[in-house]
Design a protein around this ligand. Structure first.
Ligand code: HXC
Length: 257
């Protein structure tokens, strides 16, 4: 497909998606959303691809939803079209997506990063929810995901003041899994995604789904969900292969069955 606002490239089993509206610091307009969803759905359906990396530029992962596009919209249009509701389709992707964040991840950019399965941050990354300065609020899940990621105190302060978090604070607070030097960010993200893509595909989906359940259920329900999926993996060929390979001291060869 011919995308105008993103670049999509396969690096072996990893799909690398790069937001590419540099003139607007990768502000997320409707076209970016439509192209991102198309690219992620294609990735999810492609058997040779096991993990995706979503990144932006060195200056900005994404500086937010496109303010110029939203400026004139009213309630009827926003609510009537469920504006930004389409982003739920990104979190419906069943294979993992690693966000590789350099520079600004603000507003919708921070929210998009948090929709991914985990965030690797370059040392120059800055995260924030500055929507309040525009007299609005997060609208793609930021108030909920940020509160779950960093706790109420930091989430509330960030949403109420628009203060940005740098990479160090984001790592300390649990928003990002690791900080990587800017120059290595994309390579390290692709390397990490390659590791994930090398695992048995059904186990990857099950692990993703059960960690996600921790955010949506009680502890008892989550543990039961984990146990059932875990039991289910013993019905796969790859479990037999994985355990045989360990015993025989060789790498496993997966069939995805
Ligand atoms: C549209 C944007 C944009 C955005 C930057 N640009 N962010 N356009 N929407 N969110 C454009 C600028 O207008 C400018 O275009 C070009 O990108 C470069 O930006 P500058 O501001 O000149 O760069 P700089 O001085 O380096 O400042 C970087 C920045 C600043 C601190 C990131 O751009 C900024 O504050 N941006 C807005 C951040 C924000 O409020 N995000 C939340 C959006 S609301 P021109 O044409 O002038 O060169 C949101 C809502 C989520 O995300 C859902 C609920 C509504």
């Amino acid at each position: 497909p011919d995308y105008q606002t993103i670049l999509v490239e396969q690096r072996g089993p990893v799909t690398l998606i790069t937001l590419n509206r540099p003139q607007a610091l990768n502000a997320l307009n409707s076209q970016v959303l439509a192209e991102l969803i198309a690219a992620l759905e294609a990735f999810d359906a492609e058997d040779t691809q096991g993990c995706a990396v979503l990144t932006g530029s060195e200056k900005a992962f994404a500086a937010g939803a496109d303010i110029k596009e939203m400026q004139a919209m009213g309630f009827a249009e926003m609510y009537g079209t469920n504006h930004f509701g389409g982003y739920d389709r990104i979190t419906a992707t069943r294979k993992p997506i690693v966000a590789a964040v350099a520079g600004y991840a603000l507003g919708g950019g921070c929210e998009l990063a948090m929709m991914c399965d985990f965030i690797l941050a370059a040392d120059n990354a800055k995260f924030g929810q500055p929507e309040i300065k525009l007299a609005v609020s997060p609208g793609m899940g930021g108030s909920q995901r940020l509160a779950r990621a960093v706790g109420k105190a930091k989430a509330m302060e960030m949403c109420l003041t628009g203060r940005m978090m740098d990479a160090e604070e984001a790592e300390r607070s649990g928003l990002v899994s690791r900080i990587v030097p800017l120059a290595d960010l994309v390579e390290e993200a692709v390397r990490t995604a390659t590791t994930i893509a090398g695992m048995a595909p059904l186990a990857v989906k099950a692990n993703k789904e059960m960690v996600d359940a921790a955010y949506e259920t009680t502890l008892a329900q989550g543990i039961r969900f984990e146990r059932r999926l875990f039991h289910g993996l013993f019905g796969t060929e790859d479990q037999k292969e994985g355990m045989a390979a360990f015993v025989e001291k060789r790498p496993g060869k997966w069939t995805g069955k």
